[in-house]
Write a protein that binds this ligand. Structure first.
Ligand SMILES: [Zn+2]
Ligand SMILES: [Zn+2]
Length: 134
């Protein structure tokens, strides 16, 4: 591949903005790639900033984290209901069964809750709207 601006030169990479091959003299380094010097620099930087800010992946992962947290709380609540049933049961059979269910739900709930929290924390510094000052 040749440089778009210098046909005699070999391109070192592709501009992030216009996707043309560019040589070392024409390339300007931007945070996550190269862009045509003085031509696409600012546009390419805006473009990559936009992509990282509105990344589908990060948005979906974050939403997933919130869902995990919600499911975790839901499961823990279920676990507490079973724990209450166990506490008020008179037959040993029910006490054992309800205690086991309570433990199972609380354990699953906690795991989901912690996992969700970890995802939320992971993405929190990247989002611009939310503030960490709580
Ligand atoms: Zn360009
Ligand atoms: Zn060139």
């Amino acid at each position: 591949m040749r440089c778009f601006y210098h046909r005699e030169k070999e391109a070192v990479g592709i501009c992030k903005s216009c996707n043309r091959g560019i040589c070392g003299d024409c390339a300007s380094e931007i945070p996550d790639g190269i862009a045509c010097l003085d031509r696409c620099e600012s546009l390419a930087m805006e473009l990559s900033a936009l992509i990282s800010r509105n990344s589908r992946f990060s948005a979906n992962t974050r939403r997933g984290g919130i869902e995990y947290t919600a499911i975790g709380i839901f499961f823990i609540a279920f676990g507490l209901v079973f724990a209450g049933l166990a506490a008020f049961s008179t037959a040993p059979r029910f006490i054992g069964g309800n205690s086991a269910m309570a433990l199972l739900f609380v354990a699953a709930g906690l795991a989901s809750f912690i996992y969700g929290r970890r995802i939320n924390r992971l993405w929190a510094p990247r989002s611009q709207g939310d503030s960490d000052a709580v």
